[in-house]
Design a protein around this ligand. Structure first.
Ligand SMILES: Cc1cc2nc3c(=O)[nH]c(=O)nc-3n(C[C@H](O)[C@H](O)[C@H](O)COP(=O)(O)OP(=O)(O)OC[C@H]3O[C@@H](n4cnc5c(N)ncnc54)[C@H](O)[C@@H]3O)c2cc1C
Length: 407
């Protein structure tokens, strides 16, 4: 089949890899002019996620770029430690920078799919024989299937699904992250600083210790802004963190120069049914929760199951889409319900901050929390798809001076 995938971050390249290997003709369209680089570290924990990565053939390469996990040290204004979350808390079994994950998935799927950067779907029209797609560039094509893997604010979801079937719930917080020069000399733990309703944090970039990544979280009602306008998003961050102490002014100084900014509301997407006709949603587009709900792992596993079910159903996409959803929905909903990342990272009150720190300073409670995170990741029942075809060895790529080079 001719399949169009919208979005080239995590879910998109993952499903492109599987569908391409199964012999489909896959195109991935990405709105950004090139693979997006930004983002914090993301983690995979539990056997299910690592098994899928192994089957994709990317596990070893990801291990070679893993960060090794990073402990989070919550500090006061003077830098004194208030509470520390160990490496296992955030890092899981495998922690990699989101940009590295995306790059590795892209490199491994490039032989299987055609990538179109700097374009986006403008309209979709489904009929008996396929889906007519018009792109913003003016190009028009017909596809058998369209996969929306274009994140929390999916254009595929907006164009193909009636508004009443979609609920986007703002959970009261925003998150932003950008790269800065590591002028603070952060080496080990990521440093986290709270005031009520806000978190500022900075951690060293393990690949290049001269650089550091920030992650800022703040409580706010829903804001109106242009998602394509970085300057506007930077102004929002500056406004919310103006006048704060610790190293906040220094970290904000790096903001104007940042070319990649990750900025989003912490929200939850709920779609009554993940597919409609020939269009199906994958990853954050269908069941996102911004962060704290295993979104990255679920996107990778979702891609495996979606493509596997299509292969198992012999191309009967209706059956495949239903089975994909049946297999995944319960675990996804459980992970989404458990996500309170905003409140956890930036409690709204001084009391909330003190209470969180006190509780997690007690080893028993810390252990319980780690156990909960682990259990969550085992919820997906990973099917075996015996009819996935065997695939030959694919060329390896490396990045040399910013260019992808075939080895
Ligand atoms: C730059 C960036 C940084 C991130 N940083 C973090 C982080 O620090 N911590 C965290 O927990 N999660 C982060 N995420 C989100 C995380 O990657 C996802 O929650 C998770 O991996 C699920 O991936 P996904 O592929 O479903 O969605 P996403 O990773 O959100 O990817 C969606 C992709 O679709 C593209 N896209 C959007 N609109 C269109 C369109 N109209 N047409 C074509 N393509 C479109 C986007 O540019 C993006 O490449 C980040 C995402 C991005 C894009």
């Amino acid at each position: 089949m001719k399949v169009l995938v919208s979005g080239a971050s995590v879910a998109g390249p993952s499903v492109a890899l599987w569908l391409g290997r199964a012999g489909h003709e896959v195109t991935v369209v990405e709105i950004a002019p090139a693979l997006r680089k930004g983002g914090y570290a993301v983690d995979f924990r539990g056997e299910v996620f690592t098994t899928v990565l192994r089957r994709m053939g990317v596990l070893d390469e990801l291990r070679s770029v893993q960060t090794g996990g990073t402990a989070m040290r919550f500090v006061d204004e003077s830098g004194k430690q208030l509470m520390r979350l160990p490496v296992e808390f955030a890092g899981g079994e495998l922690e990699v920078l989101r940009a590295d994950l995306s790059r590795v998935l892209y490199e491994h799927s490039r032989a299987e799919a055609t990538y179109r950067f700097g374009d986006s779907i403008a309209s979709l029209h489904e009929h008996a024989d396929g889906v007519d797609v018009r792109f913003e560039s003016g190009l028009e094509q017909t596809y058998d299937l369209v996969v929306g893997a274009d994140g929390m604010h999916s254009v595929v979801r907006r164009l193909a699904f009636p508004a009443e079937r979609v609920r986007e719930r703002h959970l009261g917080y925003y998150v932003g992250g950008w790269e800065v020069p590591n002028t603070l000399g952060v080496t080990g733990d990521t440093l986290m600083y709270n005031v009520p309703g806000k978190l500022a944090s900075v951690g060293v970039d393990r690949r290049d210790p001269a650089l550091a990544g920030t992650l800022f979280v703040f409580k706010s009602p829903e804001l109106k802004y242009d998602r394509r306008n970085l300057d506007q998003q930077k102004a929002i961050i500056r406004q919310h963190f103006a006048g704060l102490g610790w190293h906040v002014p220094e970290l904000l100084e790096g903001l104007p120069a940042a070319t990649e900014l990750y900025f989003d509301s912490i929200s939850r997407v709920h779609v009554d049914k993940w597919s409609l006709g020939r269009v199906v949603l994958l990853g954050d587009a269908g069941y996102g929760a911004t962060f704290g709900a295993l979104g990255t792992g679920t996107a990778v596993v979702g891609a495996y199951i979606l493509a596997g079910e299509l292969a198992a159903a012999g191309g009967d996409y209706r059956t495949a889409f239903d089975r994909y959803e049946t297999r995944l929905r319960k675990s996804v909903s459980t992970a989404q319900d458990g996500s309170r990342s905003g409140q956890f990272m930036a409690p709204a009150t001084r009391f909330g901050i003190v209470a969180r720190n006190r509780i997690l300073n007690v080893p028993f409670f810390l252990h319980q929390m780690l156990k909960m995170a682990q259990n969550l990741s085992e919820l997906v029942d990973l099917p075996n798809y015996p009819n996935y075809p065997n695939y030959p060895n694919y060329p390896n790529y490396s990045v040399q001076e910013g260019e992808l080079v075939e080895e």
